[in-house]
Design a binder for this molecule. Structure first.
Ligand code: SAM
Length: 279
């Protein structure tokens, strides 16, 4: 979640007043645009229970960013514990100030944040390990991704589950900009470049405001665009016994995804798709 150098370049003062962009907090905007910690925890908690016949207690969030999801986990039950791992101290500090600080002290003590690399960070073995919002696409070579998946496996309890998400559909391979209104601002997802020869892609998140100000390239990502079959193969090669793909349903009425995830073996091609899978 790197801030691009130009972030905020059009966010300056106009007529002595700070623009909306200058007053905005990019981490807050990110969370409002692309995260739903409650729904994510609902899904992983219920799925773990359904598959393993017990309640999960220990959760690790790799690439945790602001640790929003870790905080949601410890709020759910008094004995839940969460570990968040992220390389970037500044985003962890934001999470401590804005999320951990709002937890009851008893819950706060059950979240541990580690400023470390997910490939080497040591935590206790956990029931649920999350790699969400495609963050693991930072690993652009097969051998490195396999190593990451093997590391995840080593960090799981015997009956632990790994949840990761994936996006696709034929629009994923295009350069494009997609805009969406979120409350009082506009979120823009830009697929700025894609190299079909090696799968490398560059994406940016921009935000625009009613007063015309913008946060351009508030976040930028250099990823490999992996496909579902490749991810499935690498998980199996890394030792996972079973991979289940959940695809999101579609609401014909609104023309939007409906937030319902069900296990699937096949589906017809669509411009865009979103899936989450687990061990
Ligand atoms: C897209 S953001 C966070 C996404 C968040 N998990 C979510 O669900 O929205 C990706 C995060 O991964 C972190 N990151 C990138 N490479 C990492 C690595 N090797 N180890 C740990 N964190 C890493 C970045 O610092 C950034 O905060």
């Amino acid at each position: 979640m790197k801030a691009h150098k130009k972030a905020g370049s059009r966010a300056a003062r106009s007529g002595g007043r700070l623009s909306m962009a200058a007053r905005a907090d990019r981490h807050r905007l990110y969370e409002q645009s692309v995260q739903n910690a409650e729904a994510e925890i609902d899904f992983v908690d219920a799925t773990f229970r359904e598959l393993r016949g017990r309640r999960a207690r220990y959760l690790r969030e790799d690439f945790c960013g602001t640790a929003n999801v870790c905080c949601e986990w410890v709020r759910r039950r008094r004995d839940n514990q969460a570990y968040g791992v992220d390389l970037d101290e500044s985003v962890l500090a934001w999470g401590r100030e804005h999320h951990l600080a709002n937890l009851k002290p008893s819950a706060r003590g059950r979240v541990k944040l580690l400023q470390q690399d997910v490939l080497t960070a040591k935590t206790r073995t956990v029931d649920i390990l999350l790699a969400m919002n495609f963050s693991y696409w930072i690993f652009r070579e097969r051998a490195l991704m396999r190593r990451y998946f093997a590391t995840v496996r080593g960090n799981l309890a015997k009956d632990g589950l790994f949840f990761l998400d994936c996006y696709g559909g034929y629009d994923a391979f295009k350069t494009l900009k997609e805009k969406r209104k979120v409350g009082r601002f506009t979120y823009c997802w830009e697929q700025a470049s894609y190299n079909p020869l090696n799968g490398d892609m560059t994406c940016h998140i921009h935000f625009a405001f009613a007063d015309g100000s913008k946060l351009t390239r508030a976040f930028s990502y250099k990823w490999r665009l992996w496909t579902m079959p490749e991810i499935r193969e690498m998980l199996i090669e890394a030792g996972f016994a079973n991979v289940i793909v959940y695809t999101q349903g579609w609401d014909e009425r609104t023309g939007e995804p409906n937030g319902e995830f069900t296990p699937a073996r096949s589906r017809s091609p669509t411009p865009a798709g979103f899936a989450t899978s687990r061990r």
